[in-house]
Write a protein that binds this ligand. Structure first.
Ligand code: PMP
Length: 423
């Protein structure tokens, strides 16, 4: 038992009450891909559109002032959610992907050159790999990876030795793996990387929804996350950067809103944070994100983490008991609410489809972590990811469905695909 009144929480999320296509209660276990929204978020956005929407910053009229104030309030709420020391450090971006691309284009192009190394974990999401490959193509730097061991773990020694060997200019890593579920020691690794002279970017897409973030305590240089994974809207995310670093970086996107002056010869950039927010920003999305953060803060990040650990541990233990199921990830003590797995002789897509028939939504595929899947020798996994609004009963429905999938396919061999994900 945890401190959450999950039944009451579920009433705040209209979508959790719908029936699945197979007319069963929906068990939504695809939270690592995207979470659902409470009514307060939907209403905050709707209220803005209905009552005070206008473009921000530029209009000297009442609606524009109201929108601007709401947009800037949202920035202040994000700053306090992350414990940032200044709102100048909070840049609204379209999401984690856009935020990392901004760092790659702006800081990367300015600071990296031929022969420099960017160090990543093999478990990175493509959003924290491809922008660095692109940077490597532009400037001639190199991307290196730290692998996982047989237990799917990365220990401090592996990080220390990679830092020693590669002397990277940048160490960019996910705070938690969206496939393995592993939660990494962000503060310790940041300190180790700084001691080795590297700049540190933390992809907090899978941390922001689950743990209390403290950017001052973590002491990294860039931290990024997405709104839609913290019960907020799509189309918005956050790039937090150390103020002195952001100040020294050139703007990436050019256009309205990010300038001080423009002449026929050139432009001067606006001060932070506008410098990195060219064009009409995601105004209503920022207001929705603020409502989502208020909601999570009310529930309590520590309560959220404790509850999803409880569910994740039960799912992990149950999966390991089912014959023919292999959990692709470390033991539960290292993980939050994410469990990926393969079933002997059954393709991940078939697993997902069968579970969908039971009303259980899980994701199948490589989860945008192809290098990780390649390294561990599987082409696809099924991933069940729970959140604070999920219940113990739902975990049991999920486990029963996995057990049924196994029986069904083992007995009939029906729809067995020739290229299975068996490893
Ligand atoms: N990094 C990680 C660890 C993620 O899980 C995701 C989303 N699956 C992303 C980056 C990309 O986030 P977005 O699609 O919101 O830009």
């Amino acid at each position: 038992p945890t401190n959450l009144d999950v039944a009451k929480i579920r009433e705040d999320f209209p979508i959790l009450g719908i029936r699945s296509a197979s007319d069963r209660p929906l068990v939504y276990f695809d939270n690592a891909a995207s979470t659902q929204r409470p009514t307060s978020v939907i209403e905050a956005m709707s209220r803005c559109y209905r009552e005070y929407y206008s473009n921000v910053h530029r209009g000297i009229h009442t609606l524009s002032e109201a929108s601007t104030q709401a947009y800037e309030n949202a920035r202040a709420t994000v700053a306090s959610f992350m414990n940032a020391s200044s709102t100048n450090e909070v840049i609204f971006a379209a999401g984690t992907t856009a935020a990392i691309n901004t760092v790659s284009r702006s800081w990367g192009d300015q600071n990296l050159s031929q022969g420099d190394v960017i160090l990543l974990l093999i478990s990175e999401h493509h959003a924290n790999i491809v922008p660095w490959h692109q940077l490597a193509e532009r400037v001639g730097c190199r991307v290196e990876f730290i692998s996982v061991d047989e237990e799917f773990l990365i220990d401090d020694e592996a990080v220390a030795s990679a830092l020693r060997m590669h002397q990277p200019k940048l160490f960019a890593f996910g705070a938690a793996s969206n496939t393995l579920g592993t939660e990494y020691p962000v503060k310790r690794w940041t300190r180790m990387a700084h001691d080795a002279g590297a700049t540190v970017l933390i992809d907090a897409a899978q941390a922001a929804p689950h743990w209390k973030m403290d950017v001052q305590d973590w002491d990294a240089d860039f931290i990024v996350f997405s709104g839609h994974k913290v019960c907020g809207p799509t189309g918005i995310g956050v790039l937090w950067g150390r103020e002195s670093l952001l100040d020294s970086m050139p703007p990436f996107l050019g256009g309205g809103g990010m300038i001080q002056t423009v002449t026929t010869d050139g432009f001067t950039a606006h001060a932070l944070p506008e410098k990195f927010e060219a064009g009409t920003p995601p105004i209503v999305e920022a207001i929705g994100l603020e409502a989502a953060i208020d909601y999570l803060t009310d529930v309590g990040m520590d309560n959220i983490h404790a509850h999803e650990r409880l569910l994740g541990t039960r799912a992990d233990a149950g999966l390991r008991e089912i014959n023919g199921v292999r959990v692709i990830g470390p033991t539960a003590e290292h993980k939050g609410g994410i469990n990926s797995f393969v079933i002997d002789g059954v393709h991940a897509h078939d697993v997902s489809q069968f579970l969908d028939g039971q009303g259980v939504a899980v994701r199948a595929g490589h989860h945008c972590t192809m290098p990780l899947h390649h390294a561990i020798g599987v082409t696809a996994t099924s991933r069940a990811s729970c959140y604070f609004y999920n219940t113990v009963e739902e975990v049991d429905v999920f486990l029963q469905a996995v057990s049924d999938v196994r029986d069904r396919f083992a007995k009939t061999g029906r729809r067995r695909r020739s290229r299975s994900s068996r490893s």
